[in-house]
Design a protein around this ligand. Structure first.
Ligand SMILES: NC(=O)c1ccc[n+]([C@@H]2O[C@H](COP(=O)([O-])OP(=O)(O)OC[C@H]3O[C@@H](n4cnc5c(N)ncnc54)[C@H](OP(=O)(O)O)[C@@H]3O)[C@@H](O)[C@H]2O)c1
Length: 249
């Protein structure tokens, strides 16, 4: 059987840590050239680049925030000039803060919502335009079960992740006209820096409430993501798939 992503060119937002780093690696193993961006850690970017290249794939890394519209347009053009159009986009980068709603500051609300929601426009639009011209593409948005269940997580974060679901569903209608699909994964709790900032009471109850009895590994989400954006997943659009270890709903 051929590799899932042979010949694809992918862009992953937030590729240096956690789920994004695992997606970069699994996509490269499955045959894709992978470009990604990040916010702070140059050392981790070099490590992820080396892992992609170790599979014999091309890698590009950019220190540009997902909130920087101009910067995102610029790197999308640079990648296009180097490789041609991106045909797989993963909107993965996000931030969270452990706030109670009553004491959330303006600054904290804006930080989470601007990063997690603002990025959907800044990151997606330039790559979507490349996909439209190529008349093909797959966009995968990494949202959270916090958007669809009443969990004791932060309200700004849950709100931003719920926005991602509306974005997925609505854009999928327009995108279908151009041979592009837009889907989402609603992740449960995964063992990453962000996952470990979740409230202690949520982490404690998690292992009882999930039938797998543990948190997920980033690679487990990445393996599923590779199938979702592949041509073998040919009849799904506007869908949100829950990958959470089997929670009680
Ligand atoms: N882990 C979980 O339990 C869980 C559960 C549900 C959903 N999710 C979702 O899964 C996705 C990945 O989460 P994660 O747990 O892997 O997070 P993580 O470990 O905190 O990693 C986040 C990644 O995003 C990058 N990033 C953050 N802000 C950025 C910005 N402004 N511009 C560019 N890159 C930025 C970070 O790069 P720097 O290091 O350079 O900042 C890092 O590479 C998120 O969408 C999250 O909402 C996670």
């Amino acid at each position: 059987m051929s590799l899932l992503l042979e010949g694809k060119r992918a862009f992953v937002s937030g590729g240096t840590r956690g789920i994004g780093a695992a997606i970069c690696e699994v996509f490269a193993r499955e045959g894709a050239d992978v470009a990604f961006n990040y916010h702070s850690r140059d050392d981790l970017a070099e490590e992820v680049k080396a892992k992609i290249e170790a599979y014999g794939r091309k890698a590009l890394a950019y220190k540009v925030s997902v909130t920087d519209r101009f910067g995102m347009k610029h790197i999308a053009r640079e990648i296009f000039d180097a490789w041609g159009p991106i045909n797989v986009l993963v909107n993965n980068a996000a931030v969270n803060k452990g706030d109670n709603f009553a004491t959330t500051t303006d600054r904290s609300w804006d930080y989470v919502v601007d990063t997690n929601v603002g990025s959907l426009f800044a990151v997606t639009k330039p790559f979507y335009k490349q996909m439209i011209r190529a008349k093909m593409g797959s966009i995968l948005n990494i949202t959270s079960v916090g958007a669809i269940r009443s969990l004791p997580t932060s309200v700004h974060y849950a709100t931003s992740k719920a926005a991602m679901i509306g974005f997925t569903k609505c854009l999928s209608r327009e995108a279908a006209n151009f041979g592009i699909v837009v889907n989402a994964i609603a992740a449960g709790i995964f063992d990453t820096d962000l996952g470990n900032t979740l409230p202690e009471r949520l982490l404690q109850m998690h292992d009882f409430w999930v039938s797998k009895g543990r948190t997920g590994k980033p690679s487990e989400l990445a393996e599923y993501a590779a199938f979702m954006v592949s041509d073998r997943n040919s009849f799904m659009n506007g869908e949100v798939v829950i990958v959470d270890g089997g929670a009680v709903t």
